[in-house]
Design a protein around this ligand. Structure first.
Ligand SMILES: NC(=O)C1=CN([C@@H]2O[C@H](COP(=O)(O)OP(=O)(O)OC[C@H]3O[C@@H](n4cnc5c(N)ncnc54)[C@H](O)[C@@H]3O)[C@@H](O)[C@H]2O)C=CC1
Ligand SMILES: CC(C)CC(=O)C(=O)O
Ligand SMILES: [Mg+2]
Length: 371
């Protein structure tokens, strides 16, 4: 069995707590001989800033570039509110996304049957929900220049962020959306705001052309992103794949998280282009949630988003489909048994912490792999 290089970047707040549960699963898979992972661990975010004054060290970026996959926890927190903007914890994550060229961020929102009662929405609206938000991840307003605060000299300042999208960036995310839709229910909903944004006009034009020229057998619809947010909450099952820009994707996926019961449930995969020589992609897997400073250190964080991100890693980076299916089925089984962290607690369920949830999923995973 080939050994695969995994870089673990636990980060800040609940990041290390959730990552610890994935590390145990990785160790278990190595011990059982179902995988051979060589893991390295490095600092990112506020913990990296504290250790060496930058949100990710150059040497650790090199390790990320050489890894077969990167697992990322979460970064940020009030402790680092006053560090220089370019070294704030989130800058480490943005650098990883940019330097690894991870333009496609897959954020699946799946409502596990046992959690149909954990959402604030009526069960019939979310039962059986399985949608995929595809967020463009290396362009748009998070990266566009100029990005600055200018002193206007009269006691006034001007904060500037710039939304920029080039044709090639929209083409490649559109292709990714249609290719993913082909493996699912064949429908893509593209969300932008072409009514008020030039980049939205171009986005709409390019997605329409890619559809017409390359994927006309699939269904494409366009929706203004604000109305899309409303539709996500009103009738989310109308969607299959939603493709959208960096900022709208960030917001829409946090909204979608609540359809599944909790932000602690939503995993993600950030993928680069396939290298034609090796057929491999650079990839980083991370939960959609942040460092959750309000619950960090209490041992109550839900590790499922992080564990399900590792299942996506098994599926997309290592083609370990059986193991990925088994891990996702293990999560479903544990939820079915009523084992719940506080964020998804329901009447009559058994309340557990991060470590107990991780242990229950590992035990169910063992059973699924043996079956
Ligand atoms: N990928 C990343 O590293 C991200 C980092 N952040 C950063 O995280 C910090 C905190 O941001 P917030 O706005 O509070 O967002 P957050 O996602 O950290 O937390 C929002 C709410 O969801 C809850 N929550 C999140 N994950 C949970 C989990 N696994 N289990 C149970 N409850 C969970 C939190 O307790 C909190 O009430 C900020 O510095 C922000 O920039 C935010 C989003 C993504
Ligand atoms: C850079 C991140 C903190 C932005 C974010 O909220 C996310 O990617 O989900
Ligand atoms: Mg976010």
């Amino acid at each position: 069995m080939n050994t695969s290089k995994l870089l673990l970047l636990p980060g800040d707040g609940i990041g290390p707590e959730a990552m610890a549960e994935v590390e145990k699963i990785v160790g278990f898979m190595n011990d059982e001989g179902v995988a051979s992972f060589a893991t390295e661990k490095a600092l990112v975010g506020g913990s990296a800033y504290d250790a060496h004054g930058e949100a990710i060290a150059d040497a650790d970026m090199e390790t990320a570039l050489a890894a077969d996959a990167v697992l990322f926890g979460a970064v940020g927190g009030p402790k680092w509110d006053s560090v220089p903007y370019d070294q704030r914890p989130e800058a480490g994550l943005l650098r990883l996304r940019k330097d690894l060229k991870l333009f496609a961020n897959l954020r699946p929102a799946i409502c596990y049957p046992a959690l149909a009662d954990a959402s604030s929405l009526k069960p019939e609206i979310i039962e059986g929900l399985d949608i995929l938000i595809l967020r463009e991840l290396t362009g748009g307003v998070y990266f566009g220049e100029p990005k600055e605060i200018i002193d206007l000299g009269n006691g006034q300042k001007r904060g500037i962020d710039t939304q920029v999208y080039d044709t090639y960036e929209i083409e490649r995310i559109a292709r990714a959306a249609f290719e993913l839709a082909r493996t699912r229910r064949g429908k893509v909903t593209s969300m932008e705001k072409r009514n008020v944004m030039k980049s939205g006009v171009l986005w709409n034009e390019v997605v329409t052309r890619v559809h017409r020229e390359e994927f006309s057998d699939l269904q494409l619809e366009h929706m203004l992103a604000d109305a899309g947010g409303m539709q996500l909450v009103r009738a989310p099952k109308q969607f299959d794949v939603i493709v959208t820009d960096n900022l709208f994707g960030d917001m829409l996926s946090d909204i979608a998280a609540m359809l599944t019961g909790s932000l602690g449930m939503l995993p993600s995969a950030s993928l680069g282009a396939e290298d034609p020589a090796t057929g491999k992609r650079k990839a980083l897997y991370e939960p959609v949630h942040g460092s959750a400073p309000d619950i960090a250190g209490q041992g109550v964080a839900n590790p499922i988003a992080m564990i399900a991100s590792f299942a996506m890693c098994l599926r997309y980076s290592f083609q370990k489909v059986r193991e990925a299916d088994a891990l996702e089925a293990a999560i479903a089984e544990v939820l079915e048994k009523g084992i719940r962290t506080p964020d998804i607690m329901a009447p009559g369920a058994t309340r557990v912490g991060t470590v107990e949830m991780g242990a229950a999923i590992r035990s169910a995973f063992r059973g699924k792999l043996a079956a």
